[in-house]
Design a protein around this ligand. Sequence first.
Ligand code: G3P
Ligand code: MG
Length: 239
Amino acid sequence: MQIYAHRGSSGLYPENTLAAFLDAAQLQITGIELDVHLTKDHELVVIHDEMINRTSNGQGFVKDLTVDELKTYDFGIRFSKAFQGEKIPLLAEVLEIFSETNHLINIELKTDVVRYEGIEEKVLQLVHEMGIAHRVIISSFNHQSIQIIKDLDPHIQTAALAMKGFADPFHYLHELQADALHISHRAIRNPSIQRLIAQGVPVRAFTVNKPRTMLALKKMGVQAIFTDYPEKMMAYLDY
Ligand code: G3P
Ligand code: MG
């Protein structure tokens, strides 16, 4: 069973911050997951929501703020006073942490609410420039983004994101040119997903924070989990 740190080690550190990724980078896990949006001045930033309200002391949409404006807000304080002063990271800043490690990096394109025209090209350009494209998996709930990615770069690994099971995932993923399925762990028992696993397609489950759930998923042939507590979950596997 492979482990990916979901939004970094987001159980113990503020999600999608350098602190969360620095912790994950020290762990002998398979990889990390992060979420990407585009700022008003077309920079790639790592944050989960379209708005900064939940995770910072600021307000507003990422798409309406420049990087300089975003960097004035505190993305640690709402998690804990101990992380006061933590800034929103650029995608390049997070990737730099992993430039010399062998972790896989799952970049989730958050294009399902705001379209962020051109985000696919920008992400591909950056991961190629940094020489890490072979360790990157690009995923999205917006499956059009997956198609755009594969059209631009047929060699990059992709994954479709889903909350529930759906009809004939094997052929759907094939048509989409998605190499894997990332799906809510609650959907794994769905017969269509069980069939997909039997057909040899990598299925990775989010977000799994209970060791018991992880071990049940392992038995069902799930390749990987995304967890907020990577170090804790590692202890339940034979690393
Ligand atoms: O990529 C797996 C998982 O992160 C998808 O859901 O909402 O946590 O981005 P979410
Ligand atoms: Mg995500």
